[in-house]
Design a protein around this ligand. Structure first.
Ligand code: SF4
Length: 315
């Protein structure tokens, strides 16, 4: 837990006389635990308010995997939205990853119970007939590709069933910077532009990312100071993805040149702003198999399921 003291011992908080627990190098401030929590929740609040992510009377489905990001998300939203006419419900997607998911599901159940938030679990096995482990046996594919497609599909369906107005996910600044960089590296301009959807699409519950300005390390620290940190193992498939290499590269750059992750995201935001209007978003259709939104008559999840031999396509 060395990053709890990512500042010199005996360093005072910039706002009071207490011991600082973190120095935010870019901002040039050191913060004690109390002022760090203030800063964290204020930033999350400002992220929500700046794009009006959440409105009064909304019902928010919070995607809670049980890892630190989604735990911090549920905890901070619960605090920030206290007293507002906003209802929260937690959804955990159980992909079926042996030796990894069981612990995080327990952690998700614990944090939802502690905060008295209604909690639902949807599993790949029940939704699609296969766990992720079964889906990837003997296949020369990156498990994250299957996982990402089915997770989005399952989450959207569950959010609709629960009448949610939006799905909040725990994506943080590191995730955002990695996604931008991965799309640059793949030269995938269209996907890059789709990363910031410009309008609401029928059948697709809007996604919000209240933690998108928060670095991963600060999220871990927020969990620690609030006593909600659940140590979890890394997904056994994580190292097989391009994201893992990009993550390592971005971490190395960030430690050598602080602010790299933020400038990667801000640079992309600037491009997206200039391109707005020049790039029209495609109208989504209903998948002819499952009814979920898609681009070419059949969604990616049903396409993959067909490959797995589970879906007989009509006509
Ligand atoms: Fe899914 Fe890949 Fe994340 Fe594991 S690392 S949970 S397989 S997306």
């Amino acid at each position: 837990m060395d990053f709890i003291f990512e500042c010199e011992v005996n360093m005072k908080c910039s706002s009071c006389d207490r011991q600082a627990i973190i120095t935010r190098k870019q901002a040039g401030v050191s913060l004690c635990s109390e002022h760090f929590i203030d800063y964290f929740e204020r930033t999350v609040y400002e992220t929500i308010a700046s794009t009006r992510m959440i409105e009064e009377h909304d019902r928010i489905a919070v995607a809670v995997s049980g890892g630190k990001d989604s735990t911090a998300l549920l905890f901070s939203l619960h605090k920030i939205l206290k007293g507002r006419d906003v209802k929260m419900v937690a959804i955990t997607v159980d992909e079926g990853i042996r030796g990894y998911r069981d612990d995080t599901i327990r952690a998700a159940r614990d944090i939802a119970g502690k905060l008295n938030v209604e909690h639902h679990i949807v599993s790949f096995r029940e939704e699609y007939g296969y766990s992720l482990d079964q889906m990837v046996i003997g296949k020369n594919v990156a498990p994250c590709t299957f996982c990402g497609v089915f997770r989005k599909h399952a989450l959207n369906r569950a959010a609709k069933r629960l009448g949610a107005d939006e799905v909040a996910t725990g994506h943080n600044l590191d995730d955002e910077a990695q996604t931008v960089m991965m799309n640059y590296l793949k030269g995938d301009y269209e996907r890059l532009m789709r990363f910031r959807p410009s309008r609401i699409q029928k059948g697709l519950v809007p996604r919000i990312k209240p933690l998108r300005a928060m670095p991963e390390k600060e999220i871990a620290l927020y969990c620690m100071v609030n006593g909600i940190f659940a140590e979890s193992r890394e997904c056994p498939y994580a190292d097989l993805s391009l994201r893992a290499d990009v993550r390592d590269m971005m971490n190395a750059l960030e430690s050598q040149f602080p602010g790299t992750k933020q400038s990667t995201v801000l640079g992309f935001e600037e491009i997206a702003k200039r391109e707005r209007g020049m790039w029209t978003q495609m109208d989504l259709e209903e998948c002819r198999v499952c009814g979920e939104p898609c681009v070419n008559g059949r969604c990616k999840a049903c396409e993959l399921l067909e490959q797995l031999g589970a879906v007989a396509l009509p006509g």
